[in-house]
Design a protein around this ligand. Structure first.
Ligand SMILES: NC(=O)c1ccc[n+]([C@@H]2O[C@H](COP(=O)([O-])OP(=O)(O)OC[C@H]3O[C@@H](n4cnc5c(N)ncnc54)[C@H](OP(=O)(O)O)[C@@H]3O)[C@@H](O)[C@H]2O)c1
Length: 241
């Protein structure tokens, strides 16, 4: 494909989202840097441009209807099309998250960002994605949302988290429903697990770099037409549900 391709990455001002934007930029894509804070957005766009990426800022809070529709309006006006949407923005909700201790309001907040935010942004961008020759949607999930991994005997399962982990299981389930509905279209939609990466999300405790974490999302955003849809992947291949 020789034409310029357009991507939008949510929560791209730092961490894994920033590296997804950088990676797509390095592949020659025009990358919309979605971020909710104007100052952090400007700094990230500047950094990406300094590295040679064709980056543009898209003010975007995934929990806010008017922000999301304004973002879609901006991409519509600039390009009239979107080739890849990477739903990366996410929060953990902090601690405690033991199910017996968690504040139900925290669960609501986490689901609002990690699941409903993805639906809100995806549906706002769908008209633009449908105009692409090869539309791709990537939902940045986590293997902590894998029920199979969480219940595998002896597996390393990470902290008990009644808001964050189920929000990613929910996101995976929603991804499958989108794939079913969109199966007759050119849109491929998949979930990506970045692995445990050192970012603000976990106090930089991860053992992988955000750049390593970006690789699977970049691969899924650039899938060929015969690529998978409705799947859940990490670097090593499919993740069990
Ligand atoms: N790090 C890991 O080990 C790991 C593992 C598995 C999955 N993940 C997933 O990877 C994704 C990126 O996480 P990360 O580790 O890179 O974390 P991060 O450094 O904390 O970045 C999260 C990004 O999401 C943005 N964000 C949060 N709420 C938002 C909202 N309402 N609207 C728009 N943007 C919002 C943040 O913006 P602000 O700067 O404004 O807060 C930030 O840009 C998340 O979905 C996370 O669940 C991470």
């Amino acid at each position: 494909m020789s034409e310029r391709r357009i991507a939008l990455v949510t929560g791209a001002n730092k961490g894994i989202g920033f590296e997804i934007a950088a990676g797509l930029g390095a592949l020659g894509w025009s990358v919309g840097v979605g971020a909710r804070d104007a100052g952090r957005l400007a700094v990230a766009v500047e950094k990406l441009r300094a590295a040679g990426a064709d980056a543009f800022g898209v003010p975007l809070d995934v929990t806010d209807d008017s922000s999301v529709s304004a973002a879609a309006g901006e991409i519509e006006e600039r390009f009239g099309v979107l080739d890849a949407l990477v739903n990366n923005a996410g929060i953990t909700g902090g601690r405690p998250q033991e199910p017996t201790l968690v504040d139900p309001e925290i669960i609501r907040t986490v689901v609002e960002t990690n699941v409903i935010g993805v639906v809100r942004v995806t549906n706002a961008m769908l008209p633009l994605l449908r105009r692409s020759a090869a539309p791709r949607i990537v939902n940045v999930s986590s293997s902590v949302g894998s029920l199979a991994r969480q219940t595998a005997p002896g597996a390393e399962m990470g902290p008990i988290a009644a808001a964050y982990s189920p929000s990613k299981s929910f996101l995976n389930a929603v991804t499958v429903q989108y794939a079913r509905e969109l199966s007759g279209t050119k849109i491929l939609i998949n979930a990506a697990c970045p692995g445990y990466c050192a970012t603000d999300l976990n106090g930089f405790s991860g053992h992988r770099t955000p750049e390593q974490g970006a690789a699977t999302a970049i691969r899924l955003a650039t899938l060929p037409d015969d690529g998978p849809t409705g799947g859940f992947f990490e670097d090593a291949g499919p993740v069990p549900w």
